[in-house]
Ligand binder design. Structure first.
Ligand SMILES: CC(C)(COP(=O)(O)OP(=O)(O)OC[C@H]1O[C@@H](n2cnc3c(N)ncnc32)[C@H](O)[C@@H]1OP(=O)(O)O)[C@@H](O)C(=O)NCCC(=O)NCCS
Length: 170
């Protein structure tokens, strides 16, 4: 398993393990948070635990939970890893709903870019639903630029979202 801790001004971002399934589900099981994610809305923590049962063997992705330094509480889930071309990494991020709009996602993605750069990565790609304005804004705020439009289907549903692909090279 790939493990790492990343520290930002307000967060400690720790590698996620199967033991963290209940924390992850508190994000990914929330319909409002999960709306624009490519993964389905998991019906309960057991279903999620099954899906991530091999998390310790993931080779191409670092999954994390971000804890607030002041409160110790989980503030976000996030991940970084290979996306698209073999030399390109992308991100996933979900911030706890009561913390939206306070700059946490931007803080996280900037830290993930630094983390990837320390691993020799120079190219980044982000895929966001065009109607997910907050996430589009996060891409812009970390320095990514719009590359092209596409679509993605939310797994396990008929929901197809118009998406925007953002890119950046260091
Ligand atoms: C998308 C998400 C991660 C953003 O997290 P966050 O911590 O609120 O993001 P930040 O505070 O760093 O930045 C959000 C930006 O979007 C802006 N924003 C949010 N909603 C907006 C709206 N409806 N219209 C215009 N701007 C909006 C905020 O004002 C902020 O920009 P600013 O700093 O220029 O004012 C969060 O909303 C979330 O977890 N959503 C559910 C999961 C998700 O969609 N993940 C991304 C999948 S690609």
């Amino acid at each position: 398993m790939k493990t790492a801790d990343i520290e930002t001004s307000r967060l400690i971002i720790r590698s996620m393990s199967l033991d963290d399934a209940a924390i992850a589900w508190s994000f990914w099981g929330n319909p409002k948070v999960a709306k624009y994610l490519g993964d389905p809305l998991y019906k309960d923590v057991d279903e999620l635990r099954e899906v991530i049962s091999d998390i310790d063997d993931w080779k191409d992705e670092y999954p994390f939970i971000a804890y607030h330094k002041e409160t110790g509480e989980p503030a976000a889930t996030c991940s970084v890893g290979q996306e698209g071309a073999p030399d390109t990494w992308g991100f996933g991020y979900c911030v706890r709903e009561d913390l939206w709009g306070k700059g946490y996602a931007t803080e996280i993605v900037k830290a993930l870019i630094d983390f990837a750069a320390a691993h020799g990565i120079r190219k980044f790609q982000g895929t966001v639903a065009q109607e997910n304005i907050a996430s589009v804004r996060v891409m812009e705020k970390v320095g990514m630029t719009f590359d092209h439009a596409s679509t993605f289907r939310k797994k396990g549903t008929d929901n197809v979202y118009a998406s925007a692909i953002y890119k950046m090279s260091l």
